[in-house]
Design a protein around this ligand. Structure first.
Ligand SMILES: [Zn+2]
Length: 249
């Protein structure tokens, strides 16, 4: 991590083992406090955080300091400031925001999914609790019953339920950070000609394999599902060169 030494800072002499700890600025301290509320889930994603006067009073800081902290958290992608409406939690960590700014293409997202989804399915087959499998089954049922409008949301929920069942908080964090991009790629797929929302069948197969506690079969189904997505995406590339790219969003 780079760190900037202010000019007033005494220079480190050769007898000193480590640089002295630097005091955080007031707004950095506020960032840390708010970040903790969010990352520990006390302020859930999608909810509005308490209003400015309340935060100022409880943190004991001025409006300017609080706003600086809120803007920093907005930049990192954890908060969204909606003028006149309040400030909302967008993500539990900086990872989704960093991904959104990384300039990753849909191809990059697909490669990351290929690295993660088979492993998540495999772990889910080893570890899923009854609640986990019930959650996946519910998500699949909701996906089948969804309207075209709701379908993308419902499909993403299935992927999230499988990832949760893998019971690895790091993989879950990394994978859920990809979900907004997954959402985006499916929206664009859905708008293309010939899109069949119930293809591929991979999702039901993954659940069956998880229920049977068959990690290899679960990983294989997840891979098949991705292979089908890749074939579809190759079609997208063709249709783009044919000038139908404007259909995408
Ligand atoms: Zn899916």
């Amino acid at each position: 991590m780079t760190h900037v030494t202010p000019k007033s800072e005494p220079t480190r002499d050769s007898a000193q083992l480590l640089d002295p700890v630097q005091r955080l600025s007031l707004s950095d301290q506020v960032v840390e406090r708010l970040r903790t509320e969010i990352s520990e889930g006390r302020w859930p994603v999608g909810e509005r955080i308490p209003p400015e006067p309340e935060l100022m009073a409880s943190l004991g800081v001025a409006r300017g300091t609080l706003r600086e902290a809120l803007r920093a958290l907005q930049y990192s992608g954890m908060l969204e400031i909606r003028r006149g409406d309040g400030t909302f939690v967008r993500a539990r960590s900086e990872v989704p925001g960093a991904l959104a700014r990384s300039g990753a293409s849909l191809r990059d997202v697909l490669e990351a999914r290929r690295a993660l989804e088979p492993q998540l399915a495999r772990l889910a087959a080893e570890r899923a609790t009854q609640d986990d499998t019930a959650r996946i089954a519910d998500a699949l049922a909701a996906r089948s019953a969804s309207s075209d409008e709701e379908w993308v949301e419902a499909d993403v929920a299935v992927h999230e339920a499988i990832a949760r069942a893998a019971r690895n908080p790091i993989l879950f964090e990394v994978y859920t950070a990809l979900l907004p991009r997954l959402h985006e790629s499916m929206r664009s797929a859905q708008q293309r000609e010939g899109f069949c929302r119930d293809e591929p069948r991979g999702h039901d197969d993954v659940l069956e394999a998880i229920r049977r506690r068959d990690p290899d079969a679960a990983a294989a189904s997840a891979e098949e599902n991705l292979a089908a997505t890749e074939v579809w995406d190759a079609g997208e590339a063709e249709s783009n060169t044919a000038g139908r790219g404007e259909q995408r969003r």
